[in-house]
Design a protein around this ligand. Structure first.
Ligand SMILES: Cc1cc2nc3c(=O)[nH]c(=O)nc-3n(C[C@H](O)[C@H](O)[C@H](O)COP(=O)(O)OP(=O)(O)OC[C@H]3O[C@@H](n4cnc5c(N)ncnc54)[C@H](O)[C@@H]3O)c2cc1C
Length: 496
């Protein structure tokens, strides 16, 4: 080896040592934050409540319920009176179901007939390969995973009532702002103010409160949108499944979904997720085109009989974890959509909101027990959330980028999945609903991953070399996405 090689080797060794050192330092810092070592003891302040929670969606109601279980004095306010409409796909994934059970509401909803278990499902790939309930087995029959369809208008009320049994809930009460001083938060509720030791912000994706407090960095706007509409029971012809994801090239990495409810209404929604070319304006033309030309949609929702029981609404979603400024407001925790606790690959955020809410309840209780309201104590909450689903969001983002660049993966996945029946669909369901990490696709099922990789090569051969026509039009909604991209380019050029 000459001098240059030795020098290179030395640099590599030093680099590895440096990385190891920094890694160890970061690890220790995180452990310290998690244990809240060094957190300064502080007076609780004269706040009337231990915590005020703004927003009573899944994040707020769940935080309130678990703080109530710990005997804490909590006030929850929501600007709406329940039941209230909430645009959502209404898919309650397994991790949320576990928490609903703990709160004692799932069995009530089942008994009242408002919750429907998904028993058949799957997805359609961009070129039209179906991987749906292929061998007639029930979803969950292999792994036990479950997903329920429960309309949010109904489910959220059950959650609020569960919380109201333990803590004070004020519906129809808007929070107009909050300020911190003398060890307590003062929350402006219009006609009066209330005070608390801790503020928990659960006011949804736009989170005006977190933005006005500076906890959410001003340019950290919701990065996704999704539509919501119900096809009325009796007016549709969808029989072969309860939940189906429809992937189309124009929308990738987003997708559309059909989802059947207990009253047989069918949800149709379209998720525009980060990393693709589509925008919120793509949704209406895409859905109109799909209702005319997508074979699966046309068969399920035939124009001749179709009636909408609710008009389409499009609502924002904040995915992948928000950038939070911990120094902007002390003793303040963001939970759920306000904190971007939504999976960037699926747009699902109910279960992550509820998991984060449980973590928030534990952390706030610890703060009150130890009188440690320090920055480190608040940071510990975000770190625990990161441990619970932060890496998952990273994997989802990566997966979204990959399928956007290479839609053939979805075709290969559908073809391979269809040949494996429910064993695959249960595994796929677990990956997509937060029951197991997405990295399990590579680590727990390497042979499946290998088959999909070979499947991609086969799809390259079929679609690019042999030029076999796809099973469905691959340009659904494409014209409007292209038009908007061109307009954006023009605007960008003009700005430059
Ligand atoms: C169309 C669509 C489809 C979706 N589909 C799914 C799905 O199928 N599965 C899934 O898991 N996730 C889905 N999501 C994401 C999911 O809806 C959210 O992640 C979830 O609602 C987060 O709950 P949250 O409590 O944080 O916020 P929200 O449910 O938005 O609740 C916020 C609450 O705060 C209240 N509020 C707001 N401002 C104030 C104020 N100033 N004062 C008082 N109260 C206030 C609001 O009235 C509201 O009740 C979807 C989202 C959209 C938009």
């Amino acid at each position: 080896m000459d001098h240059n090689h030795w020098l290179l080797l030395l640099i590599v060794v030093l680099f590895v040592l440096l990385v190891a050192r920094v890694g160890k330092w970061l690890y220790r810092r995180r452990q310290a934050a998690r244990r809240k070592i060094g957190g300064k003891k502080e007076e609780r302040g004269a706040g009337t409540y231990d915590a005020i929670i703004v927003g009573a969606g899944p994040a707020g109601a769940t935080s309130a319920y678990f703080l109530g279980c710990k005997g804490r004095k909590v006030l929850v306010v929501d600007k709406k009176k329940f039941p209230r409409p909430k645009p959502c796909g209404d898919a309650w994934c397994q991790p949320a179901l576990g928490i609903l059970e703990e709160m004692g509401v799932l069995s009530k909803m089942e008994a009242d007939g408002v919750a429907r278990r998904v028993t058949r499902g799957g997805f359609v790939s961009p070129s039209g390969i179906h991987c749906i309930n292929t061998d007639g087995a029930t979803y969950g029959s292999v792994t036990g995973c479950k997903t329920y369809a429960i309309k949010r208008r109904l489910a959220d009320e059950y959650l609020v009532r569960a919380a109201a049994a333990l803590v004070e809930v004020r519906e129809g009460t808007t929070c107009f702002g909050a300020s911190f001083g003398r060890g307590a938060w003062t929350v402006d509720l219009g006609s009066r103010t209330e005070t608390s030791a801790v503020l928990i912000v659960c006011d949804g994706a736009t989170s005006y409160l977190a933005r006005s407090l500076g906890v959410l960095v001003e340019d950290d706007q919701p990065d996704s949108v999704c539509s919501h509409a119900y096809a009325r029971a009796g007016s549709h012809a969808w029989r072969d499944a309860d939940g189906v994801m429809l992937f189309n090239r124009a929308l990738l990495p987003g997708y559309s979904a059909l989802f059947r409810h207990a009253d047989d209404d069918v949800y149709l929604g379209t998720y525009v997720l980060p990393g693709g070319a589509a925008t919120s304006r793509s949704i209406a033309p895409f859905e109109a085109d799909a209702l005319r030309r997508h074979p699966y949609v046309v068969a399920a929702l035939p124009e001749a009989t179709l009636e909408w029981s609710e008009r389409r609404v499009v609502a924002p979603i904040r995915t992948g974890g928000a950038r939070v400024n911990l120094d902007a407001a002390p003793r303040c925790l963001l939970v759920g959509d306000a904190a971007g606790h939504v999976d960037p690959l699926t747009g699902e955020g109910i279960h992550t909101a509820m998991i984060a809410a449980k973590i928030a309840a534990t952390c706030v209780d610890e703060m009150l027990v130890t009188s440690d309201f320090s920055r480190a104590a608040v940071e510990a909450y975000y770190l625990r959330c990161y441990d619970a689903f932060g890496f998952e969001f990273f994997s989802s983002s990566l997966a979204a980028r990959i399928i956007y660049r290479c839609p053939l993966i979805l075709d290969a996945l559908a073809a391979v999945g269809a040949s494996r029946g429910q064993t695959f669909l249960d595994f796929f369901g677990e990956l997509m609903t937060g029951c197991r990490p997405k990295s399990d696709f590579l680590t727990a099922a390497p042979l499946l991953a290998l088959r999909v990789a070979l499947g991609v090569l086969y799809q390259v051969y079929v679609q690019k070399i042999r030029r076999t026509p796809p099973l469905q039009p691959v340009d659904i909604g494409q014209a409007s996405v292209d038009k908007q991209a061109a307009a954006k380019n023009k605007r960008d050029k003009k700005d430059a």
